[in-house]
Design a protein around this ligand. Structure first.
Ligand code: PGA
Length: 244
């Protein structure tokens, strides 16, 4: 794990967007897994802008959505599907054969997981994975206690996730379960970016970087990834006990 510190959210997002865009230039068939949410929002916007303005060939990339709230239709503006549809898939005009999102309304959610694992395995793993961190240390819906050996799976959501998650919705929604890419795929990913900005993430960043490596605090898995980068702004770095 390596730590990279930036002055602010803008710079942090710019770094990630440039890195991913360069990676696509070097490997047009890049397999990219992204989280939705407030943190990666600007990176996704900057990445799309760069790819379009610089006419980078993105016709061969594979895009994978990290997770989804079970039971929500893609039309719900708080769903991960809606986020990616509007911010990435439509602007880049990705073909349906190029992107893979969990269908959170599927009758057989286990099969959704099997299908996603197959997509990843057939492409020999994820090249770049960009994730955020929840206020309970989760990554995607790998909630506290999730095994580091998990493939894609469905999980009952932690109370913190249920309450913090309301911020994505215009009205109160019932959030009970999530479907998510598991940590086995994260550990196998060739590069992982975990991003955090703002003082509200300072405590979880301290635990991620300086706390014990434990399934009780999911983001600590970053300590195990040799090509894992924790990208933070000064505010999110404010509780670290030393310069890393
Ligand atoms: P956020 O979500 O980027 O909206 O803070 C992070 C997460 O819960 O993974």
């Amino acid at each position: 794990m390596k730590l990279k510190r930036f002055k602010n959210y803008q710079e942090l997002s710019g770094f990630a967007a440039t890195d991913i865009s360069d990676a696509i230039k070097n490997k047009p068939s890049l397999v990219l897994c992204l989280a939705s949410g407030d943190t990666p929002k600007l990176t996704v916007e900057l990445l799309v802008k760069k790819l379009i303005e610089e006419k980078v060939d993105h016709s061969k990339i594979t895009f994978i959505g990290l997770d989804e709230w079970v039971g929500l239709p893609p039309t719900n503006t708080g769903s991960c599907h809606y986020f990616f549809q509007n911010k990435l898939i439509e602007p880049l005009q990705l073909k349906s054969s190029q992107y893979f999102l969990f269908d959170a309304l599927a009758g057989d959610l286990k099969n959704e997981c099997v299908k996603m694992d197959k997509v990843i395995d057939e492409r020999k793993g994820i090249d770049i994975m960009l994730v955020g961190i929840g206020m309970n240390g989760h990554i995607g819906f790998n909630e506290p206690g999730s095994s580091f050996d998990n493939l894609s799976h469905v999980i009952g959501l932690d109370e913190i996730t249920k309450s913090v998650g309301q911020k994505y919705f215009n009205e109160q929604v019932e959030l009970e379960k999530g479907i998510t890419i598991g940590f086995k795929h994260l550990l196998n990913a060739k590069k992982v970016f975990l991003m955090a900005n703002g003082s509200k993430k300072a405590e979880v960043i301290r635990t991620t970087v300086e706390g014990p490596l434990t399934e009780d605090f999911p983001a600590s898995i970053m300590q195990r990834h040799e090509n894992g980068f924790v990208l933070i702004d000064d505010e999110a770095a404010s509780l670290l006990s030393k310069l890393h």
